[in-house]
Design a protein around this ligand. Sequence first.
Ligand SMILES: [Zn+2]
Ligand SMILES: [Zn+2]
Length: 278
Amino acid sequence: MASADDDEMIYYGSVTFDTPIPLSAIADEHEALQVRPDLITLTYAGTGSGRSLVGIDTADQEDAWAWSNAWGSIHRTLEGLARRHGRVLQTNATFESDQRGRGILVVDEGNRLHDCQEGEDLQAHRVRACSCLSWEAPRVEATEHEQVSGPRAVPAGPFTDHVVICTEHGEVVCATSERGAYFHREAHIVGEHTASPLPLGPRPASEALPFGVRELIEDAAAELRRGRSYAPAGAVNHRDAAREYTRRAESELRAFDLGDTVAALLQFCVELRADFPQ
Ligand SMILES: [Zn+2]
Ligand SMILES: [Zn+2]
């Protein structure tokens, strides 16, 4: 579940529901699953208004490598569908990952998907005794909020999950621990229901950068990503290129006549982004 966000990976195989779910009941999730046809193919049963979603097949092509969080959001959508519609997930999928090698996808006893690396104990994933779920959310003070519910306990096989619902945004999170549910609840309240304390608002700070500067920063990031595929010595050229792009971004930025505050803020953004490992 909590695979590193900067891991590139690919899955081969299918994930299906034990009984297909009628499309008429799952318009939003169906739409969400359709945004990555490069990664997955949806499979259906029936025709016309009686059509149901059987599950997904991976595109099974070499260029279907993607960041693990893209795959993660597909899997979370399938888990949510299964939970809300009382289905059981089944899979025959395997994966390959840039950082974690090969392995198989496993459905745990509470109907969640885990990546089980080669050599790992499959049973530990089945009973949620694995490192996938070991992340412990920081403890937070719970805020009263009329739109965002407190965590509600939901049975998941032998486990208990904790669901938070927002009347405006729907399901905020289904966490495996109550503490995790509180954490995501507070993050949702701050992110979606609190006037932003920053002048930039909820936009990522990088969007506030002038275009030319942002482009150079993105070039630098791309070099760093390319450098990741090589052993440290082989990545030197990429890191040097990234540093050069960053230097150019900094000098570009000086050419803009931005108010003192904005300039300082943007300078800070650039420096923050330039601060990559040597
Ligand atoms: Zn696991
Ligand atoms: Zn909300």
